[in-house]
Design a binder for this molecule. Structure first.
Ligand code: GLU
Length: 454
């Protein structure tokens, strides 16, 4: 008996993201999608995408594509996809039902957009009662709905407005939990009034805090990227964005910050979502990005780096997969994102890894005379010559020259060595560079620098 009761009373959890395709996939929408996805997956439920394209003028197929591509890129797979524009008959059926039961009526009124013309809209007969609902994040919320009057729910029997379409769809699709941005709180009482008029069950609501710019104002284009596509183009990893978006408003209550999507499914809970606005902090996103880049399997990382490098760099005379592999660690330490890698590589910042360096820095350390510097380079050459090629690592090179550098003065030896290898006054240390370049190229560059200055 108990089992049967349980079987009939436990309804499968269904959540949804309902984006309007009127702009690029906004980070706020992405975060709502993520929260809905996490909750559905956590409880073995279903996650639906519903494209809310009833506003025919502002909805564009390219935005729908942008949203769906972005969802896929983030790894937020959906169990079903609907488009409101394909569901007109269903809304008409519900509108007629409301009219038949006396809960709505057709009202002839002057058009707002075309003065002088009469239009027939459908209005809900609003009893004007107080509406109370329990929000999973914000607690009990009561609205007085009298001032809403008999609000319009459709422009005609075939042109439903947002509130009606949402209520009908959430019901028809079996949505159990509506998790959406706080900006929708004030829409909820209207939607509840429509549910009551239709005599249908109310889903659970959770209104999540908005994402704010650093000055606590609304996130806007002027203050940086606002769409997933932009972050994607900037070279962020989807894993990093997912991780960062999850923590925008959700506090796991532990020290753990770096999460994979699967780990989020396990740990996420709406109870730990805060009420206050969540500030979008690009520095923090960059930090997550670095963490996730570090965690990538080496082969994947390498192919991402390779695709981020401009063609020009890949055509440099010493470019090889092997050299790239060795240099990859340095690249990752230097940059916040792959697009920064592209930018720096484009500017020639990494050319010396794959080409004879251009001498942009002075070979001598401080006031050292050039003879001293070249003499030290010759000393270095002698010492690394005995290091076998197959053990030519940063540590064995260091070991070979360390005492000599100590005797001559570290700067006086290591500075010209580094400049000879990179041509720059800022670069990785000469031991690391030696390992990346390999024995032959290291010796050749040291010799070149030594000879050119004799
Ligand atoms: N279509 C609405 C929007 O893009 C979302 C509606 C809802 O989540 O109920 O903001």
């Amino acid at each position: 008996m108990f089992f049967l009761k349980k079987l009939f009373s436990s309804k499968k959890m269904v959540t949804r993201i309902a984006p309007s395709p009127t702009g690029l996939f906004h980070v706020g929408t992405a975060r709502s999608a993520l929260f809905n996805y996490l909750v559905a997956k956590k409880y073995g439920g279903e996650f639906i995408v519903r494209i809310e394209d009833t506003d025919r003028e502002r909805s564009k197929p390219e935005y729908e594509k942008d949203i769906l591509d972005g969802m896929e890129w983030l790894g937020l797979s959906w169990d079903a996809l609907y488009r409101q524009s394909e569901r007109t008959d269903i809304y008409t059926k519900y509108l007629k039902k409301l009219i038949r039961s006396g809960h709505a009526y057709i009202s002839k009124e002057e058009s707002k957009t075309k003065p002088g013309e009469t239009v027939e809209v459908v209005r809900l007969k609003n009893p004007g009662e107080d509406v109370t609902f329990t929000d999973q994040i914000r607690g009990e919320i009561t609205f007085n709905t009298a001032e809403l009057g008999d609000f319009v729910i459709a422009k005609s029997l075939t042109e439903p407005l947002y509130h009606l379409a949402v209520v009908v769809d959430d019901f028809e699709m079996g949505v159990t939990d509506v998790i959406r941005g706080e900006d929708h709180v004030s829409n909820t009482p209207r939607q509840i009034l429509i549910q009551r008029a239709l005599g249908i069950k109310q889903p659970k609501y959770a209104h999540i805090p908005l994402i704010l710019a650093s000055d606590r104002s609304k996130l806007s284009k002027r203050k940086g990227a606002t769409s997933i596509t932009e972050y994607r183009k900037l070279g962020y990893l989807p894993e990093a964005l997912v991780n960062y978006l999850a923590l925008l408003g959700w506090n796991p209550g532990t020290e753990k910050e770096v999460y994979t999507l699967d780990e989020l499914v396990c740990d996420f809970s709406l109870e730990q979502v805060q009420k206050g606005g969540a500030i979008f902090d690009t520095q923090k996103l960059n930090w997550f990005n670095k963490e996730h880049v570090r965690g990538l399997p080496h082969e994947k990382l390498l192919s991402l780096i390779e695709s981020a490098l401009p063609k020009r760099v890949k055509e440099l005379p010493q470019y090889s997969k092997e050299r790239l592999d060795k240099a990859s660690k340095v690249f990752i330490e230097r940059v916040e994102s792959l697009s920064e890698l592209t930018e720096l590589a484009e500017a020639g910042e990494f050319d010396y890894f794959f080409d004879t360096p251009k001498m942009e820095a002075k070979l001598s350390w401080k006031d050292d005379p050039i003879e001293k510097s070249t003499g030290n380079l010759s000393g270095v050459l002698e010492r690394i010559d005995v290091v076998p090629e197959n053990t030519f690592t940063a540590s064995s090179v260091k070991e070979a020259v360390w005492d000599f550098a100590g005797e001559q003065g570290r700067g006086s030896v290591l500075w010209p060595m580094r400049v000879a290898l990179s041509g720059k006054d800022k670069s990785p240390d000469p031991f690391e560079l030696s390992e990346i370049l390999g024995k032959d190229e290291t010796s050749k560059r040291l010799r070149d620098a030594y000879e050119n200055r004799l």
